[in-house]
Design a protein around this ligand. Structure first.
Ligand SMILES: *[C@@H]1O[C@H](CO)[C@@H](O)[C@H](O)[C@H]1NC(C)=O
Ligand SMILES: *[C@@H]1O[C@H](CO)[C@@H](O)[C@H](O)[C@H]1NC(C)=O
Ligand SMILES: *[C@@H]1O[C@H](CO)[C@@H](O)[C@H](O)[C@H]1NC(C)=O
Length: 268
């Protein structure tokens, strides 16, 4: 009897410690085991404006659409889409489909087709800091819309359109420490479904100092620390529930701080 009560007390004492951790793992990482990249942290200070769902479309057009990046917080609910993007579900639905991998350098994109399962089980891993961009393969974009369309139908993009453009999705999954080096194109949005993604941005008239053959990770470790204050990028880390908007022709580079599942909406 006394032993039973003692066990009960021990059990109760353990409960608050163990339960939240377990639910964190199953709900928050979708089975992707986020494994943060230890060498890289979030920025000291986020310098991208953040707004919540109270911003009006008119205000977005006036303040941001053609002027500067912004992070829209909690503006859509993608919990259903998120639940479809667990590792288990995606492997079950797409494991045998071919996905087209791209290299992570700025100008020449080599492509390689592998099964989604092979990518997830063998190629999805943290970035090696010494590997060049052209030797780093990862899954972003090049989605076969016929095959991925049913999943994309469940995604709700940010509601604010840029007049005269329509959206095209780019979906991907990549290991911690991976990312696309500096480049630019038309405007768009980027969201993470699982994991965190750190963003570096420069306005169109300020070409960043970078080697297009090297990864974002090597730029962050070798170049970024030595940039004078006035040459620092605008930067921020986004998390699930936040959508980063980048205007037309803004330079940007990305770095996945964890294994990340992400989707971009390119407005062209
Ligand atoms: C990547 O680039 C390096 C140097 O530019 C080169 O030596 C290497 O062969 C390239 N790798 C591939 C797979 O093209
Ligand atoms: C996309 O998937 C469909 C159905 O599996 C296939 O018939 C088609 O060839 C694929 N398209 C490309 C460009 O791979
Ligand atoms: C990047 O790689 C390409 C092809 O290997 C090479 O021609 C070019 O000089 C390299 N650029 C830099 C800045 O290293």
């Amino acid at each position: 009897m006394a032993l039973g009560i003692q066990l009960l007390l021990i059990f109760q004492a353990l409960l608050p410690l163990t339960l939240p951790e377990q639910s964190f793992c199953t709900e928050e990482d979708g089975g992707w085991r986020l494994s943060p990249y230890s060498a890289v942290q979030e920025e000291e200070q986020c310098t991208v404006d953040k707004v919540d769902s109270s911003i009006s479309y008119a205000e977005f057009l006036k303040q941001y659409a053609y002027k500067r990046p912004v992070i829209l917080k909690g503006i859509t609910d993608n919990s259903e889409f998120r639940s479809l993007c667990t590792k288990q579900n995606l492997l079950q639905e797409y494991g045998d489909r071919l996905v087209r991998l791209s290299t992570a350098n700025t100008y020449s994109y080599e492509k390689l087709d592998v099964s989604f399962r092979q990518y997830v089980e063998h190629l999805l891993k943290p970035q090696d800091v010494n590997t060049l961009g052209n030797d780093t393969l990862y899954f972003f974009g090049d989605n076969n819309i016929t095959e991925w369309g049913l999943l994309f139908d469940k995604y709700t993009p940010p509601p604010f359109k840029i007049p005269g453009t329509s959206g095209a999705y780019s979906f991907g999954i990549a290991g911690s420490g991976t990312g696309v080096p500096f480049h630019w194109h038309g405007p768009g949005y980027s969201e993470v479904i699982y994991g965190r993604k750190r963003w570096f941005l420069y306005p169109p008239d300020k070409t960043p100092e970078f080697n297009p053959n090297r990864t974002t990770l090597s730029w962050l470790l070798d170049t970024y620390p030595f940039l004078p204050e006035e040459d620092r990028p605008i930067e921020c880390t986004i998390r699930p529930g936040e959508a980063l908007y980048f205007p037309d022709r803004w330079w940007h580079a990305t770095l996945n701080l964890d294994t990340s599942v992400f989707i971009s909406t390119f407005l062209g």
